[in-house]
Design a protein around this ligand. Sequence first.
Ligand SMILES: [Zn+2]
Length: 193
Amino acid sequence: MELKRIYWTRQTLKMAYIATTVWLFASAVGALTPGKAVTADGAGISAVTGVLRGMLDRVLGAAAVPSLILVVLIIVAAIIRSQDVRRRDPIRRFSRQQRREGMARAAGVCEMEARFRRRCSRPAEHGDHFYPWSKGGSTSLRNFVAACARCNRGKGARIPSPGQQSRIERRRRDYVTPAGSVAVGERQPLPRV
Ligand SMILES: [Zn+2]
């Protein structure tokens, strides 16, 4: 699984979304600030509507580009979300066999990260999908991490970073038997339509 690509694509999208939103607001506010205001000729109501129309035109003009980019980003995010849903493993719960093997591989100790990037030392109670099930993570031994209740709750459905992945794999070299695999993380392929 190319976690690096998946993770950074989504981080970049998220940052682009935030940046474009800020840009949109800033350009709208900028278009309304005095100094740029044009004086409407005429008097009374027509002058007021003229000023208002001028303001509206400037706001729409300034917001056009960031709005367009925002719409594109929202569409891309919706496509990614729908693909995540299509990838979902029809089996969500780990089998008894997977649970037994996964817990044995971890020697019954939580494999998640505690403070200072150390391994958590609490006893494992749950089998957790390393790559979240809701985002297309496989219900497989490769995607199984033993977790204590606290780490399991704290993790949520976030996509793990490539750093977290490599650190788990590095730590596993110390406790997984030579017969077992240290590799962690698996994602379901997109089903063919
Ligand atoms: Zn833990």
